[in-house]
Design a protein around this ligand. Structure first.
Ligand SMILES: *Cc1c(COP(=O)(O)O)cnc(C)c1O
Length: 404
Protein backbone atom coordinates (compact mmCIF):
# COMPACT_ATOMS: atom_id res chain seq x y z
CA UNK A 1 0.00 0.00 0.00
CA UNK A 2 1.05 3.57 -0.63
CA UNK A 3 2.17 5.70 2.27
CA UNK A 4 0.13 8.71 1.18
CA UNK A 5 1.68 11.12 3.63
CA UNK A 6 5.13 10.19 2.38
CA UNK A 7 3.98 10.63 -1.23
CA UNK A 8 2.40 13.99 -0.43
CA UNK A 9 5.67 15.19 1.06
CA UNK A 10 7.17 14.76 -2.44
CA UNK A 11 4.86 17.50 -3.78
CA UNK A 12 5.72 20.88 -2.20
CA UNK A 13 2.67 22.64 -3.63
CA UNK A 14 0.35 20.39 -1.62
CA UNK A 15 1.46 22.32 1.50
CA UNK A 16 0.36 25.64 0.05
CA UNK A 17 -2.65 27.58 1.25
CA UNK A 18 -5.12 29.02 -1.25
CA UNK A 19 -7.46 31.77 -0.11
CA UNK A 20 -6.26 31.06 3.42
CA UNK A 21 -7.31 27.39 3.22
CA UNK A 22 -5.17 24.30 2.68
CA UNK A 23 -5.08 23.57 -1.06
CA UNK A 24 -7.24 20.66 -2.18
CA UNK A 25 -6.10 20.03 -5.73
CA UNK A 26 -8.69 18.15 -7.77
CA UNK A 27 -7.81 19.53 -11.20
CA UNK A 28 -5.36 16.79 -12.07
CA UNK A 29 -7.10 16.20 -15.40
CA UNK A 30 -5.94 19.66 -16.51
CA UNK A 31 -2.39 19.22 -15.25
CA UNK A 32 -0.76 17.23 -12.48
CA UNK A 33 1.39 18.65 -9.72
CA UNK A 34 5.15 18.10 -9.81
CA UNK A 35 7.26 16.18 -7.31
CA UNK A 36 10.42 17.73 -5.89
CA UNK A 37 12.65 15.38 -7.95
CA UNK A 38 11.17 16.83 -11.13
CA UNK A 39 11.51 20.42 -9.93
CA UNK A 40 15.13 19.76 -8.89
CA UNK A 41 15.99 18.03 -12.16
CA UNK A 42 14.99 21.13 -14.15
CA UNK A 43 17.34 23.33 -12.11
CA UNK A 44 20.10 20.70 -12.25
CA UNK A 45 19.95 20.60 -16.05
CA UNK A 46 20.44 24.36 -16.36
CA UNK A 47 23.03 24.46 -13.59
CA UNK A 48 25.17 21.59 -14.83
CA UNK A 49 24.76 20.53 -18.45
CA UNK A 50 22.88 23.18 -20.40
CA UNK A 51 24.00 23.08 -24.05
CA UNK A 52 22.40 22.48 -27.42
CA UNK A 53 22.01 18.86 -28.46
CA UNK A 54 23.22 16.95 -31.53
CA UNK A 55 25.23 19.98 -32.63
CA UNK A 56 28.59 20.16 -30.95
CA UNK A 57 31.58 18.01 -30.22
CA UNK A 58 32.14 19.83 -26.97
CA UNK A 59 31.61 18.00 -23.71
CA UNK A 60 28.48 19.74 -22.51
CA UNK A 61 26.77 19.27 -25.84
CA UNK A 62 27.56 15.55 -25.61
CA UNK A 63 26.27 15.39 -22.04
CA UNK A 64 23.03 17.14 -22.98
CA UNK A 65 22.60 14.93 -26.06
CA UNK A 66 23.21 11.77 -24.02
CA UNK A 67 20.74 12.84 -21.34
CA UNK A 68 18.11 13.65 -23.98
CA UNK A 69 18.55 10.30 -25.71
CA UNK A 70 18.51 8.45 -22.38
CA UNK A 71 15.16 10.09 -21.70
CA UNK A 72 13.91 8.93 -25.10
CA UNK A 73 14.95 5.41 -24.13
CA UNK A 74 13.05 5.69 -20.85
CA UNK A 75 9.90 6.63 -22.75
CA UNK A 76 10.50 3.79 -25.18
CA UNK A 77 10.70 1.29 -22.31
CA UNK A 78 7.76 2.83 -20.55
CA UNK A 79 5.37 2.49 -23.49
CA UNK A 80 7.11 -0.62 -24.86
CA UNK A 81 7.90 0.85 -28.28
CA UNK A 82 9.93 -1.48 -30.48
CA UNK A 83 12.50 1.20 -31.39
CA UNK A 84 13.69 4.38 -29.67
CA UNK A 85 13.38 6.26 -32.99
CA UNK A 86 9.64 5.60 -32.98
CA UNK A 87 9.43 7.94 -29.97
CA UNK A 88 9.25 11.60 -31.02
CA UNK A 89 9.60 14.45 -28.57
CA UNK A 90 6.85 17.04 -29.05
CA UNK A 91 5.47 19.98 -27.10
CA UNK A 92 2.41 17.97 -26.08
CA UNK A 93 -0.57 15.93 -27.20
CA UNK A 94 -1.92 18.76 -29.35
CA UNK A 95 1.31 18.97 -31.33
CA UNK A 96 1.46 15.21 -31.85
CA UNK A 97 -2.10 15.01 -33.19
CA UNK A 98 -1.52 17.96 -35.51
CA UNK A 99 1.67 16.37 -36.81
CA UNK A 100 -0.24 13.24 -37.84
CA UNK A 101 -3.31 15.05 -39.16
CA UNK A 102 -1.11 17.34 -41.21
CA UNK A 103 0.85 14.40 -42.61
CA UNK A 104 -2.32 12.59 -43.65
CA UNK A 105 -3.19 15.52 -45.93
CA UNK A 106 -0.83 14.00 -48.48
CA UNK A 107 -2.68 10.64 -48.46
CA UNK A 108 -6.37 11.61 -48.41
CA UNK A 109 -8.69 12.41 -51.29
CA UNK A 110 -12.38 13.31 -51.58
CA UNK A 111 -14.53 10.34 -50.56
CA UNK A 112 -12.06 9.10 -47.93
CA UNK A 113 -13.23 9.07 -44.34
CA UNK A 114 -11.76 10.00 -40.98
CA UNK A 115 -13.48 8.50 -37.93
CA UNK A 116 -13.41 10.35 -34.59
CA UNK A 117 -15.45 9.71 -31.45
CA UNK A 118 -18.04 11.93 -29.83
CA UNK A 119 -15.98 11.80 -26.60
CA UNK A 120 -12.99 13.70 -27.94
CA UNK A 121 -11.08 16.69 -26.62
CA UNK A 122 -11.15 19.61 -29.08
CA UNK A 123 -7.50 18.93 -29.87
CA UNK A 124 -8.53 15.55 -31.27
CA UNK A 125 -11.42 17.03 -33.30
CA UNK A 126 -10.26 20.29 -34.85
CA UNK A 127 -7.05 19.05 -36.56
CA UNK A 128 -9.13 16.33 -38.30
CA UNK A 129 -11.77 18.84 -39.36
CA UNK A 130 -8.99 20.97 -40.82
CA UNK A 131 -7.62 17.89 -42.59
CA UNK A 132 -11.06 17.09 -44.06
CA UNK A 133 -11.51 20.68 -45.23
CA UNK A 134 -8.15 20.59 -46.94
CA UNK A 135 -8.58 17.22 -48.65
CA UNK A 136 -12.34 16.84 -49.21
CA UNK A 137 -12.42 13.78 -46.93
CA UNK A 138 -15.44 13.29 -44.66
CA UNK A 139 -15.45 13.27 -40.86
CA UNK A 140 -17.52 10.48 -39.28
CA UNK A 141 -18.39 10.52 -35.59
CA UNK A 142 -18.86 7.48 -33.34
CA UNK A 143 -21.94 8.17 -31.20
CA UNK A 144 -22.17 7.66 -27.43
CA UNK A 145 -24.97 6.54 -25.13
CA UNK A 146 -26.50 8.08 -21.99
CA UNK A 147 -23.76 6.59 -19.83
CA UNK A 148 -21.11 8.28 -21.91
CA UNK A 149 -19.92 5.05 -23.50
CA UNK A 150 -19.12 4.85 -27.20
CA UNK A 151 -21.57 2.59 -29.02
CA UNK A 152 -19.43 -0.16 -30.53
CA UNK A 153 -22.13 -1.54 -32.84
CA UNK A 154 -22.34 1.93 -34.42
CA UNK A 155 -18.56 2.10 -34.66
CA UNK A 156 -18.48 -1.20 -36.52
CA UNK A 157 -20.99 0.18 -39.02
CA UNK A 158 -18.93 3.33 -39.66
CA UNK A 159 -15.87 1.38 -40.75
CA UNK A 160 -15.34 0.59 -44.42
CA UNK A 161 -12.57 0.60 -47.00
CA UNK A 162 -13.17 4.37 -47.19
CA UNK A 163 -11.89 4.75 -43.60
CA UNK A 164 -8.28 5.95 -43.66
CA UNK A 165 -7.72 6.79 -40.01
CA UNK A 166 -9.58 6.33 -36.72
CA UNK A 167 -8.73 8.63 -33.84
CA UNK A 168 -9.99 8.17 -30.30
CA UNK A 169 -8.90 8.94 -26.78
CA UNK A 170 -7.78 6.13 -24.51
CA UNK A 171 -9.55 7.83 -21.60
CA UNK A 172 -12.03 10.72 -21.88
CA UNK A 173 -10.90 13.89 -20.14
CA UNK A 174 -14.46 15.14 -19.60
CA UNK A 175 -16.01 11.95 -18.18
CA UNK A 176 -13.09 9.70 -17.23
CA UNK A 177 -14.40 6.80 -19.31
CA UNK A 178 -11.86 4.23 -20.49
CA UNK A 179 -12.58 3.41 -24.13
CA UNK A 180 -12.27 -0.12 -25.56
CA UNK A 181 -9.29 0.93 -27.66
CA UNK A 182 -7.87 -2.54 -28.25
CA UNK A 183 -11.13 -3.66 -29.86
CA UNK A 184 -11.32 -0.44 -31.87
CA UNK A 185 -7.75 -0.75 -33.15
CA UNK A 186 -8.26 -4.35 -34.29
CA UNK A 187 -11.52 -3.47 -36.04
CA UNK A 188 -9.95 -0.48 -37.83
CA UNK A 189 -7.04 -2.61 -39.00
CA UNK A 190 -9.48 -5.10 -40.54
CA UNK A 191 -10.46 -2.38 -43.04
CA UNK A 192 -6.89 -1.16 -43.47
CA UNK A 193 -7.29 2.09 -41.50
CA UNK A 194 -4.58 3.57 -39.28
CA UNK A 195 -5.38 4.36 -35.64
CA UNK A 196 -4.22 7.25 -33.48
CA UNK A 197 -4.80 7.00 -29.74
CA UNK A 198 -4.93 10.22 -27.73
CA UNK A 199 -3.36 9.04 -24.49
CA UNK A 200 -3.28 12.40 -22.68
CA UNK A 201 -5.60 11.19 -19.90
CA UNK A 202 -4.37 7.62 -19.85
CA UNK A 203 -0.68 8.06 -19.07
CA UNK A 204 -1.27 9.56 -15.60
CA UNK A 205 -3.13 6.37 -14.63
CA UNK A 206 -1.69 3.48 -16.60
CA UNK A 207 1.28 2.26 -18.55
CA UNK A 208 0.27 1.89 -22.19
CA UNK A 209 1.85 -0.94 -24.18
CA UNK A 210 1.88 0.33 -27.75
CA UNK A 211 2.94 -3.03 -29.22
CA UNK A 212 0.21 -4.93 -27.43
CA UNK A 213 -2.36 -2.28 -28.41
CA UNK A 214 -0.92 -2.36 -31.94
CA UNK A 215 -1.90 1.31 -32.40
CA UNK A 216 -0.22 3.19 -35.24
CA UNK A 217 0.19 6.41 -33.24
CA UNK A 218 -0.04 7.21 -29.54
CA UNK A 219 0.14 10.85 -28.39
CA UNK A 220 0.45 12.22 -24.85
CA UNK A 221 1.61 15.19 -22.79
CA UNK A 222 4.27 15.25 -20.08
CA UNK A 223 2.53 17.77 -17.86
CA UNK A 224 -0.39 15.51 -16.93
CA UNK A 225 1.99 12.82 -15.65
CA UNK A 226 4.13 14.80 -13.20
CA UNK A 227 6.38 16.24 -15.94
CA UNK A 228 6.94 19.80 -17.17
CA UNK A 229 4.55 21.71 -19.44
CA UNK A 230 5.64 22.03 -23.05
CA UNK A 231 6.69 18.39 -23.24
CA UNK A 232 5.05 15.45 -24.91
CA UNK A 233 5.51 12.35 -26.95
CA UNK A 234 4.24 11.08 -30.24
CA UNK A 235 4.82 7.39 -30.74
CA UNK A 236 4.46 6.20 -34.32
CA UNK A 237 5.12 2.86 -35.93
CA UNK A 238 8.32 3.01 -37.98
CA UNK A 239 6.56 2.30 -41.28
CA UNK A 240 4.09 5.14 -40.73
CA UNK A 241 6.75 7.62 -39.63
CA UNK A 242 8.75 6.83 -42.75
CA UNK A 243 5.66 7.37 -44.89
CA UNK A 244 4.56 10.66 -43.30
CA UNK A 245 6.11 13.87 -44.61
CA UNK A 246 7.97 16.10 -42.12
CA UNK A 247 5.73 18.49 -40.20
CA UNK A 248 8.09 21.40 -39.75
CA UNK A 249 11.18 22.32 -41.69
CA UNK A 250 14.29 23.65 -39.99
CA UNK A 251 17.54 22.72 -38.35
CA UNK A 252 18.21 19.20 -37.11
CA UNK A 253 15.58 17.57 -39.39
CA UNK A 254 17.72 17.58 -42.54
CA UNK A 255 20.43 15.41 -44.03
CA UNK A 256 21.56 17.87 -46.66
CA UNK A 257 20.32 21.29 -47.70
CA UNK A 258 20.87 23.02 -51.01
CA UNK A 259 18.57 25.53 -52.64
CA UNK A 260 17.72 22.90 -55.25
CA UNK A 261 16.76 20.12 -52.89
CA UNK A 262 16.81 19.19 -49.24
CA UNK A 263 16.93 15.62 -48.01
CA UNK A 264 15.54 14.73 -44.64
CA UNK A 265 17.23 13.24 -41.64
CA UNK A 266 16.51 9.75 -40.37
CA UNK A 267 13.94 9.09 -37.65
CA UNK A 268 13.35 10.55 -35.14
CA UNK A 269 15.13 13.73 -36.26
CA UNK A 270 12.98 14.13 -39.38
CA UNK A 271 10.16 15.22 -37.06
CA UNK A 272 12.22 17.19 -34.55
CA UNK A 273 13.05 20.45 -36.29
CA UNK A 274 14.66 23.22 -34.30
CA UNK A 275 15.98 23.32 -30.76
CA UNK A 276 13.57 21.35 -28.60
CA UNK A 277 12.63 21.75 -24.94
CA UNK A 278 15.79 19.90 -23.92
CA UNK A 279 15.38 20.24 -20.16
CA UNK A 280 11.73 19.27 -20.55
CA UNK A 281 12.49 16.09 -22.46
CA UNK A 282 15.14 15.01 -19.99
CA UNK A 283 12.91 15.77 -17.02
CA UNK A 284 9.98 13.93 -18.58
CA UNK A 285 12.26 10.92 -18.13
CA UNK A 286 12.63 11.85 -14.45
CA UNK A 287 8.84 12.10 -14.09
CA UNK A 288 8.37 8.67 -15.67
CA UNK A 289 10.97 7.21 -13.29
CA UNK A 290 9.13 8.80 -10.38
CA UNK A 291 5.76 7.38 -11.40
CA UNK A 292 7.23 3.93 -11.91
CA UNK A 293 8.80 4.10 -8.46
CA UNK A 294 5.41 4.88 -6.97
CA UNK A 295 4.13 2.03 -9.14
CA UNK A 296 1.17 2.03 -11.48
CA UNK A 297 -0.52 -0.78 -9.55
CA UNK A 298 -0.35 1.34 -6.40
CA UNK A 299 -1.51 4.40 -8.30
CA UNK A 300 -4.53 2.54 -9.68
CA UNK A 301 -5.45 1.05 -6.33
CA UNK A 302 -5.36 4.42 -4.58
CA UNK A 303 -7.23 6.20 -7.37
CA UNK A 304 -9.94 3.55 -7.56
CA UNK A 305 -10.50 3.88 -3.84
CA UNK A 306 -10.80 7.65 -4.18
CA UNK A 307 -13.16 7.30 -7.15
CA UNK A 308 -15.45 4.87 -5.32
CA UNK A 309 -15.47 6.91 -2.13
CA UNK A 310 -16.13 10.21 -3.92
CA UNK A 311 -18.85 8.68 -6.11
CA UNK A 312 -20.63 7.38 -3.01
CA UNK A 313 -20.26 10.62 -1.04
CA UNK A 314 -21.20 12.95 -3.87
CA UNK A 315 -24.15 10.79 -4.98
CA UNK A 316 -25.68 11.28 -1.53
CA UNK A 317 -26.09 15.03 -2.23
CA UNK A 318 -29.64 15.80 -3.30
CA UNK A 319 -30.02 16.97 -6.89
CA UNK A 320 -26.48 15.97 -7.84
CA UNK A 321 -26.05 14.15 -11.14
CA UNK A 322 -22.87 12.42 -12.26
CA UNK A 323 -22.17 12.22 -16.01
CA UNK A 324 -20.37 9.16 -17.32
CA UNK A 325 -21.51 6.09 -15.41
CA UNK A 326 -19.40 3.46 -17.06
CA UNK A 327 -17.83 0.65 -15.04
CA UNK A 328 -14.63 1.34 -16.96
CA UNK A 329 -13.72 4.66 -15.46
CA UNK A 330 -10.68 6.36 -14.10
CA UNK A 331 -10.62 8.78 -11.16
CA UNK A 332 -12.65 11.59 -12.72
CA UNK A 333 -16.11 12.69 -11.60
CA UNK A 334 -18.03 15.12 -13.77
CA UNK A 335 -21.20 16.38 -12.10
CA UNK A 336 -23.83 19.08 -11.82
CA UNK A 337 -26.32 20.16 -9.22
CA UNK A 338 -29.87 20.72 -10.34
CA UNK A 339 -30.71 24.36 -10.97
CA UNK A 340 -27.19 25.70 -10.33
CA UNK A 341 -24.60 26.75 -12.93
CA UNK A 342 -21.35 24.77 -12.56
CA UNK A 343 -19.32 27.98 -12.68
CA UNK A 344 -21.06 29.31 -9.55
CA UNK A 345 -20.22 26.18 -7.57
CA UNK A 346 -16.62 26.29 -8.80
CA UNK A 347 -16.24 29.92 -7.73
CA UNK A 348 -17.55 29.33 -4.24
CA UNK A 349 -15.55 26.19 -3.55
CA UNK A 350 -12.39 27.91 -4.81
CA UNK A 351 -12.83 30.35 -1.93
CA UNK A 352 -12.64 27.28 0.30
CA UNK A 353 -9.31 26.24 -1.22
CA UNK A 354 -10.69 23.56 -3.54
CA UNK A 355 -9.49 23.50 -7.15
CA UNK A 356 -11.81 21.81 -9.63
CA UNK A 357 -12.41 22.45 -13.28
CA UNK A 358 -15.71 23.92 -14.39
CA UNK A 359 -16.92 24.34 -17.95
CA UNK A 360 -16.96 22.25 -21.10
CA UNK A 361 -13.46 20.77 -20.56
CA UNK A 362 -12.53 21.37 -24.22
CA UNK A 363 -15.19 18.80 -25.13
CA UNK A 364 -18.21 20.84 -26.16
CA UNK A 365 -19.87 18.06 -28.19
CA UNK A 366 -20.23 16.00 -24.99
CA UNK A 367 -21.91 18.94 -23.22
CA UNK A 368 -24.23 19.40 -26.21
CA UNK A 369 -25.14 15.72 -26.02
CA UNK A 370 -26.23 16.09 -22.39
CA UNK A 371 -27.74 19.55 -23.14
CA UNK A 372 -25.76 21.26 -20.40
CA UNK A 373 -23.41 24.26 -20.47
CA UNK A 374 -20.70 22.33 -18.67
CA UNK A 375 -19.94 20.33 -15.57
CA UNK A 376 -17.89 20.48 -12.41
CA UNK A 377 -15.02 18.06 -12.85
CA UNK A 378 -13.12 16.69 -9.88
CA UNK A 379 -10.16 14.63 -11.07
CA UNK A 380 -8.14 12.75 -8.48
CA UNK A 381 -4.52 11.72 -8.44
CA UNK A 382 -2.70 9.14 -6.32
CA UNK A 383 -1.55 11.91 -3.96
CA UNK A 384 -5.11 12.87 -3.03
CA UNK A 385 -6.85 11.64 0.12
CA UNK A 386 -10.32 10.75 1.39
CA UNK A 387 -10.10 13.69 3.80
CA UNK A 388 -9.77 15.98 0.79
CA UNK A 389 -12.87 14.39 -0.72
CA UNK A 390 -14.72 15.06 2.53
CA UNK A 391 -13.68 18.70 2.21
CA UNK A 392 -15.02 18.77 -1.36
CA UNK A 393 -18.35 17.26 -0.33
CA UNK A 394 -18.75 19.75 2.53
CA UNK A 395 -17.84 22.64 0.24
CA UNK A 396 -20.30 21.56 -2.45
CA UNK A 397 -23.08 21.28 0.15
CA UNK A 398 -22.25 24.75 1.43
CA UNK A 399 -22.30 26.18 -2.11
CA UNK A 400 -25.61 24.46 -2.78
CA UNK A 401 -27.15 26.05 0.33
CA UNK A 402 -25.84 29.49 -0.63
CA UNK A 403 -27.02 29.27 -4.23
CA UNK A 404 -30.47 27.75 -3.86
C1 LIG B 1 -5.21 17.56 -22.13
C2 LIG B 1 -5.72 16.78 -23.26
C3 LIG B 1 -5.33 17.05 -24.56
C4 LIG B 1 -4.43 18.21 -24.93
O1 LIG B 1 -3.22 18.14 -24.28
P1 LIG B 1 -2.20 19.38 -24.35
O2 LIG B 1 -1.22 19.06 -23.29
O3 LIG B 1 -3.01 20.61 -24.04
O4 LIG B 1 -1.63 19.41 -25.71
C5 LIG B 1 -5.79 16.23 -25.57
N1 LIG B 1 -6.61 15.22 -25.31
C6 LIG B 1 -7.02 14.91 -24.06
C7 LIG B 1 -7.90 13.74 -23.84
C8 LIG B 1 -6.60 15.70 -23.00
O5 LIG B 1 -7.01 15.42 -21.77
Amino acid sequence: MLDIQKIRADFPILNEKVNGKPLVYFDNGATSQKPQVVIDAIAKYYQEINANIHRGVHTLSQLATDAYEIARGKVQNHINAKHAYEVLFTSGTTFGINLVANGFASFLKPGDEVVVSSLEHHSNIVPWQMLCEKTGATLKVIPMDENGELIMSEYDKLLSEKTKIVTVNHISNALGIINPVKYMIDKAHEVGAAVLIDGAQAVPHLKPDVQELDCDFYAFSGHKMCGPTGTGILYGKEAWLNKLPPYQGGGEMIKEVTFEKTTYAELPHKFEAGTPHIAGGIVLGTAIDYMNEVGFENIQKQELELLNYATEQLSAIEGLRIYGNSKNKTSVISFNIEGIHPYDIGTIIDKLGIAVRTGHHCAQPIMNFFEIPGTIRASFSFYNTKEEIDALVEAVKKAQLMLS
